[in-house]
Design a binder for this molecule. Structure first.
Ligand code: MN
Length: 239
């Protein structure tokens, strides 16, 4: 008996057993016949890099807040989503597809909550930039004036929606039927599942502002609108 023959038999028997067990881990044999586990295939769901440094929004939003909000909360939504789709028909689905296909389904509430929070946070980081805020220019300015009457009226509508969202949630500037409007959503709910196209969002969950502003949500909203709001991103989202 040669070593090679034993090795082949062992390998065949092992792979048969693994197949029968429906093993989750990916097992491979290298050229010398030794066994090693490979990393699972990359999920289409991941934590995207922040579009700026973690301290770039300070002092409006501090590095401390971003480190928890992005590094812990957002990361947890990503991790939970990947775990929940593993081995299901949504394993290879894109994020938006997962959110749309699980929306409104009570048996998929946990996956929806996590996936929609991944989507909402991805959108939120892009909704801000260092040195942002203030009045938009060009086409966005025209759209704001057409839809709200003036920039100031937009600020009132957006700030009021963000301040009045009871408990956790989001306020959004969206485009629907050619017009812009402000909507708010609770918990993980998102306009992505509606006919409205999201343009900008602000996270008003307490984890978004409590370390910096404690109970003063209105101050956080005012600072977001005046100093961070990314009109370039909003403009790119216009249909
Ligand atoms: Mn958040």
């Amino acid at each position: 008996m040669t070593y090679a023959r034993f090795s082949l038999l062992d390998r065949r028997e092992f792979l048969t057993k693994m197949g029968a067990a429906g093993a989750v881990a990916t097992i491979a044999l290298n050229e010398t016949g030794s066994l090693f586990a490979t990393a699972p295939a990359a999920s289409p769901i991941s934590l995207p890099p922040l579009p700026y440094a973690q301290n770039a929004l300070a002092p409006v939003i501090t590095e401390n807040t971003i480190s928890f909000h992005y590094g812990k909360h957002h990361q947890a939504y990503v991790n939970n989503t990947i775990k929940m789709i593993a081995g299901t028909e949504l394993e290879k689905a894109g994020l938006e597809e997962i959110v749309k296909r699980t929306a409104g389904r009570s048996d998929q509430a946990s996956l929806f909550n996590n996936a929609a929070q991944v989507y909402n946070h991805n959108f939120f980081w892009d909704s801000m930039k260092p040195g942002g805020g203030g009045e938009p220019r060009g086409k966005m300015a025209d759209k704001i004036n057409e839809s709200f009457g003036s920039y100031q009226k937009f600020v009132e509508a957006f700030s009021s929606a963000a301040a009045s969202q009871f408990g956790s949630g989001w306020a959004w500037l969206v485009q629907e039927g050619g017009k812009l409007k402000v909507v708010k959503t609770s918990n993980a709910e998102t306009p992505l599942t509606t006919s409205a196209k999201p343009l900008i969002t602000i996270d008003v969950w307490e984890h978004a502002y409590y370390l910096d502003y404690q109970n003063r949500r209105a101050d956080y909203i005012k600072a977001f609108v005046e100093k961070l709001l990314n009109w370039d991103f909003a403009g790119k989202n216009l249909v």
